[in-house]
Design a protein around this ligand. Structure first.
Ligand code: ADP
Ligand code: MG
Length: 317
């Protein structure tokens, strides 16, 4: 069951097309990554899903129905452009914003206290926002976004501006929220996070959806059939190319044996390779190598840019 369904979304700003016929479905209870180069249209789509702005044409379905203002209450949204009132104190402001989301003051206070203890930031409560660093303010904004336990969280670049320790902290919280049943849509440039967290992704480039699907499947499909094997040889012979089966990309000494990267031909199955190695050597480990999301991202975007450079109607913008 998909919680969000985008149907043929177009968004124009004047004669510039920011989203060009984007259709996708976001499954419930998963982490969905919105990826793409700067200016691709990610934030525009997020703002449309959130009803901050309307599409020029196309529609968004929330649990199979047209999105209503009531649905918006069950969404937690962290905008790309963060904004807290600079002169207001952290605690006072957090309480105020939580109540805007429908929480009672006592409930908000209770939940906020839990979060401030958890993040070890109790002493920030009486500071003014303009006394906080950018990262600190962002942490407060994250807390405010998730405080009312929204069923759907939409996080626009939640990691930007954070140091690696805080990236890890926020990442773990997002995963915990998913495990508790929330659906999370996030846009990010942090590709390691995509691999670790996202179940599915959409890749947007120059206002068009160019790829969408399961992260694991995508990594498998884009794999070059590379395998890492560790083996021991009883004589001094080593693995060599096997016509029609695999070629040896690299090979070196490893813990008294050899470690080799093989590229299997398309028709080869794992068992053939394992049998061949076992017949001649002692096979210690066998592992399919998956491409990194970073590599897939770059390769798909470059392919798409090559294919559209002559038909781009946005004047190269
Ligand atoms: P991303 O989040 O993928 O980096 P955005 O969705 O913010 O990209 O922007 C996509 C494109 O739409 C950009 O070229 C941007 O300049 C343009 N754009 C976004 N919002 C507006 C707006 N309000 N008015 C005019 N152009 C806009
Ligand atoms: Mg953006």
């Amino acid at each position: 069951m998909s919680i969000i369904r985008c149907e043929n979304i177009y968004k124009k700003f004047g004669d510039f097309t920011a989203l060009n016929d984007v259709s996708l479905e976001i499954p419930e209870g998963k982490i969905f990554g919105m990826l793409g180069p700067n200016g691709a249209g990610k934030t525009t789509l997020i703002r449309i899903i959130n009803r901050i702005t309307l599409p020029t044409s196309g529609q968004i379905l929330f649990n199979g129905k047209s999105l209503t203002m009531k649905d918006i209450e069950s969404i937690g949204y962290l905008p790309e452009e963060r904004g807290l009132y600079k002169k207001m104190k952290v605690g006072e402001q957090s309480l105020y914003l939580a109540q805007l989301k429908g929480m009672s003051k006592s409930q908000a206070l209770k939940e906020l206290k839990k979060w401030f203890v958890k993040f070890g930031i109790q002493e920030w409560w009486n500071k003014k926002v303009d006394e906080l660093s950018k990262g600190m303010a962002q942490k407060i904004q994250f807390i405010i976004t998730v405080l009312h336990n929204p069923k759907l969280l939409i996080l626009d670049e939640p990691f930007s501006g954070f140091d690696p320790i805080n990236v890890e902290l926020i990442r773990n919280e997002i995963i915990r929220l998913k495990n508790e049943g929330a659906t999370i849509i996030l846009s990010t440039h942090n590709m390691e996070s995509v691999e670790e967290m996202c179940d599915q992704i959409a890749l947007i480039n120059k206002s068009k959806l160019i790829a969408c699907g399961d992260v694991d499947k995508m990594r498998e499909e884009h794999g070059k059939n590379r395998i890492e094997v560790v083996y021991k040889s009883t004589d001094s012979s080593v693995l060599a190319d096997q016509e029609g089966l695999f070629s040896v990309i690299s090979q070196e000494d490893h813990k008294g044996g050899k470690i080799a990267i093989l590229e299997a031909s398309m028709s080869t199955n794992n068992r053939d390779i394992i049998n061949l190695i076992n017949n001649n050597y002692e096979l210690l480990s066998y592992q399919k190598l998956m491409p990194k999301m970073r590599e897939i991202f770059i390769s798909l975007v470059e392919q798409n840019n090559g294919a559209t450079s002559t038909t781009d109607n946005n004047g190269g913008k």
